[in-house]
Design a protein around this ligand. Structure first.
Ligand code: GLP
Length: 271
């Protein structure tokens, strides 16, 4: 895991948005995995701004959202479809038929889960998955005790999640979510977390054991994960100064490895 600790939420949003933009510049047909939640709003604002300034073109991009509440009408303002329309889809040139979110009222739930998994495969898999982090360590809606191998399926939300997301327990209790197994298949993952409220989940995820009690800890198995957080979210990390050192000396490390690669090429020219 690359742990990137930045001085402000604004810098966290910039870091994530610029990685998404660079990916699309390199691969205009990129497949993005998208997340919802307050943290993501800052990232989407930057993507919209970059689009308005002509710096990024979403016309060939495909998106898959992590999750959706079950039982809500599609235009219910609490749905993730409504969230995505408001914060991103209606403001950039993504083609509507290329934006996928699990249905909130599928006729057959199991069939919907299978369809979603098959669609991800059909589109070539997810190149870059954005993730937020629940206070209880959830990613997507994989709540504590979720199987770390699970695929897209129904999950029951915890009281903590309902209170965080709606401020009341009188809210949708069930959701369809990509499983941890699905998420781990993305080629690259960026997880964002802000504020002291997330500090406990961050330390469990990064420095704790891999356990279903903190589903985000499964990310330790993924080879390309960036955890981008602000100082308050990093406040409980034991190796905080190490992560900061690594980040601030990243260019040095990159220079060393490219010099090394160059010298290897020189000494072993291709036949
Ligand atoms: C919801 C989403 C998660 C997200 C979490 C964090 O529960 N299903 O994918 O990570 O919110 O939300 P926030 O950024 O508002 O803290």
């Amino acid at each position: 895991m690359e742990v990137i600790i930045l001085d402000s939420a604004e810098m966290v949003f910039d870091e994530a948005a610029s990685r998404v933009i660079n990916l699309i510049k390199k691969n205009k047909k990129a497949v993005l995995g998208l997340a919802t939640g307050r943290t993501m709003e800052g990232v989407y604002k930057r993507l919209v701004k970059a689009y308005q300034q002509g710096k990024v073109d979403f016309s060939s991009v495909t998106t898959f959202n992590l999750d959706e509440y079950l039982g809500l009408e599609q235009d219910d303002p609490r749905s993730f479809r409504a969230y995505m329309e408001q914060h991103l889809f209606s403001q950039v040139n993504l083609r509507p038929e290329q934006t996928f979110i699990p249905h909130s009222r599928p006729q057959d739930i199991e069939e919907e889960c299978r369809r979603y998994e098959a669609l991800i495969k059909e589109k070539g898999g997810i190149d870059l998955q954005l993730l937020g982090l629940g206070r209880d360590g959830h990613i997507g809606f994989n709540e504590p005790s979720s199987s770390l191998a699970a695929r897209t399926r129904v999950k029951t939300l915890t009281d903590e999640t309902l209170l965080d997301n709606f401020g009341t327990l009188n809210a949708p209790r069930f959701a369809l979510t990509m499983g941890i197994g699905t998420i781990l298949e993305a080629r690259e993952i960026i997880l964002l977390a802000l504020g002291e409220k997330k500090a406990e989940a961050v330390v469990q995820m990064v420095e704790g054991p891999v356990t279903a009690s903190c589903p985000a800890s499964a990310l330790q198995f993924h080879p390309v994960v960036r955890v981008v957080i602000d100082q308050p979210a990093a406040s409980l990390l034991q190796r905080k100064s190490y992560y900061l050192w690594v980040w601030h000396h990243k260019q040095e490390a990159e220079k060393l490895s490219s010099n090394w690669a160059r010298s290897q090429k020189k000494n072993n020219p291709p036949e």
